[in-house]
Design a binder for this molecule. Sequence first.
Ligand code: PHE
Length: 347
Amino acid sequence: MQDLRELNEAIAAIKQEILDHAGELESSRGVYEFKKGFLDSKKGKLSQLMKEMRNIPNESKAEFGKNVNAAKEWAVNFFEELDTKLKAEELKRRYESEKIDITMPAVQPKYGNLHPITTVRNQLTEIFASMGFEVYEGTEIETDFYNFTALNTPQDHPARDMQDTFYLSPEFLLRTQTSAGQIHVMQSKKPPIKVVSPGKVFRSDDDATHSPMFSQMEGLVVDEGINLCDLQGSLNMFVQQIFGEQTTTRLRPSYFPFTEPSVEVDVSCFQCGGKGCKLCKGTGWIEVLGAGVVNKKVLENCGIDSEKYSGFAFGLGLERIAMLKYGINNIKLLFESDLRVLDQIDD
Ligand code: PHE
């Protein structure tokens, strides 16, 4: 037989236990676990008190039952309030941690842009297209015939030493110059001819201004009565568009087996206007390309009547133009794909 008073004290002790430990609870999950210890229908301390019912004298049963139920109800409410409070706190903490600072500078999306060589190639192609030139793209692997022999540079010709060649076999090679395209064009087309031929070329050459792979653009015009003046006139128009209206050209005698006469073409320095500066090494002029009047032998090699027709040809390095235009002093910067460099070149 249990004393009702003792049992009521047990109820009070349980309530006290709940109150004592409730402060340690930090999360809704914690409340749930803690609550089970008291209210779980089997193992909960309050539920178990009901088992004492059978030990209680009949006249006290009703009161004891009422007290346990009251304690249960109190506990349910107590835990519910605590749970609501902790859930609110949890939410507040989450909001704090997930807070977005809208005053922070946004991450700028990066847009890609064309590589400077592509840009220069497009610009040059457009300029020549506006002057009526067609575009012919040759192949990077060529035969010795197209790259040299047909261009009046037979085996053992000393001019072969001007270009250190990567041979793939005695017959095939990586083209050293887009001039190889001249022959293809003249074999397949009869005058009037007006083409530019951009593309990659290869030479065993490697320093700050030379790379084993680089890009050239060839120009070829063949028609009746074409001479060196036509060449200079066309090149003047071209350099004015690429380097500015004040730019002019000067021709210096040179040698290429496939042109006669041959010239090196300089442009007046677009940085100092010809006075002399670091870029033009104090001379007022910058060398940009090789050119000349197409050698009669080359026309004849392609079955073109050299008595009736004449032509001019020029070849320029796209990297060289890009380096001059963008002030780049090492050709390797154009091939390393370093975004810190490329990001600065955009037009
Ligand atoms: N092919 C020559 C070179 O690569 C350039 C050139 C082209 C010269 C056409 C004259 C005429 O050096």
